[in-house]
Write a protein that binds this ligand. Sequence first.
Ligand code: GLO
Ligand code: MG
Length: 344
Amino acid sequence: MAADYRFSFGPWNIHEGADPFGPAVRPRIEFAKKLAMYKQLGFDAVQFHDDDAVPDLEGLSPAEITKKAAEVKKMLDGEGLVAEFVAPRLWENPKGIDGGYTSNCPECRRWAVERTFRAVDIANALGTNMLVFWLAREGTYVRESKNAIQAHQHLVDAMNQVLQYDKKITIAIEPKPNEPMDHAYLPTIGHALAIAARTVDPSRVGGLIETAHALLAGLDPSDEMAFALSMGKLWSVHLNDQNGLKFDQDKTFGAANLRAAYNQVRVLELGGYPATGRFVGLDVKAMRTQKAESATRHLANSRTIFLALVEKVRSFPKDVERQCIADRDYEALELAVIQHLLGK
Ligand code: GLO
Ligand code: MG
């Protein structure tokens, strides 16, 4: 019954386990081997950074980049997979050190837009019309280091150039309030959609909401998703979990707060998300302690938990919900939800 959901993740979600305090603990798995794992794990679509699809793209011409991306499209076809989106990875290049689009250096801003044009070319070659803008370093460590008013205009200018470069491309902004920056410019979906409204074609700019990012902003992810859904702007999600206000943990979906996970699933159900044909993305990381042979469990487990919660949402007694609401007895409603989750 819940099979109407389709799932995606990015190759970075199968990783070697390095963290800021220690090196890799698992062998690197090459891209082709990762692709072969998707279907086995129950996933149908691949999320890409531009350089996941075309490694070392900085040294290549636009034609070479497109050719290499076309080869990746063939690999996808061979596995029965599709590309969901391409995200320009501006944050690992020296020119993106101070943000790409909002850098104080005009040459770096131009580089960021050019690199995004290449991401558009890659998206076209992979057969998707969606870019994701996770604006990693578009912000500041020190407020006085940038003019924040101007920075927002730079973001609009960059998006406009991309929207004009390709009249079919769409941009889903993935808001995040901090990390790596102290303060990032588009911390919530409200900020993202307000900026979207200022572009040359607001209909082609929407959002991707990540559970952990909303929690880091002190917000309820299901409300962020509801806000986007109410405007037809929820174009993807990065479901995961987060244990309080600390570094971006990307835990298995539902592992820290099952009730909040239930409410994210509930809102996707209420918003008719599966009928939009969009994917449920899982941006989850295996724990550093996980042994190599089982370092994809976090993906399969997140999907299993998601599907179990779909069943929970669909089987919640609607008559109880209606009665509690009619009686304005929200204590009773809350207990009914908890008992339902406990299987009582
Ligand atoms: C990091 C983000 C990151 C993005 C990915 C796609 O906090 O969640 O994983 O989702 O780079 O743009
Ligand atoms: Mg993410």
